[in-house]
Design a protein around this ligand. Structure first.
Ligand SMILES: [Fe+2]
Length: 199
């Protein structure tokens, strides 16, 4: 039995058009995300029969593929066909505390997504020690992440996320990502993380 399974998209392939085409979504979900899930399962299996010299490499592969699976799962949940939402409730307050205003957050998040060198992600995370929201840039799928931080919003900065629709215009991709952000879902995730930290 497979350890990891590809989730179905929470909306139709064309639900985010015109910001993301059905072609991009189909490729991204059915090919790229599916490949990380397949590789994660294969790596788990190979780890079970590995020679000692293979283990370090397989562990790196497992981190890369499982993180890729987790980030893409959160990516689909971070976007909504209901465009132009605004944050609300405790999440809106936490954004004001951490960044000053929603506009300043959007400016910084967009900058984080567009200045990744090579492939990576911009994440809004709840950092568990200061209990404060932070924006982090992740190289590939698993580099430079704050240990223990919980991602609330994930934006994919790999070329496969936008190239069909935007070519090399990553800035417009980043701006449109913020217009598609599912703030209702993000607020629910934020409330759940805060509640579990307080129990
Ligand atoms: Fe991706």
């Amino acid at each position: 039995m497979a350890t990891y399974t590809l989730p179905t998209l929470p909306y139709a392939y064309d639900a985010l058009a015109p910001h993301l085409s059905a072609e991009t979504m189909e490729l991204h979900h059915d090919k790229h995300h599916a490949a990380y899930v397949k590789a994660a399962n294969e790596t788990v299996e190979r780890l079970g029969n590995a020679e000692s010299w293979q283990i370090a490499g397989l562990e790196r592969a497992l981190a890369f593929n499982v993180s890729g699976h987790g980030l893409h799962t959160l990516l689909w949940e971070s976007m909504s066909p209901e465009m132009e939402q605004a944050p609300s409730g405790a999440l809106a307050e936490a954004i004001d505390v951490a960044f000053g205003s929603i506009d300043k957050y959007l400016e910084r998040f967009t900058a984080a997504l567009t200045t990744i060198q090579g492939s990576g992600w911009a994440l809004l995370v709840l950092e568990p020690i200061a209990k404060e929201l932070q924006i982090v840039q992740v190289q590939n799928h698993d580099g430079a992440m704050l240990l223990g931080a919980t991602p609330i919003i994930a934006a994919d900065g790999w070329e496969h996320a936008y190239y069909v629709d935007y070519r090399n215009d990553k800035v417009t991709w980043a701006k449109n990502f913020t217009r598609m952000t599912d703030w209702a879902g993000a607020a629910a995730r934020f409330d759940a993380v805060v509640a579990s930290a307080n129990t």
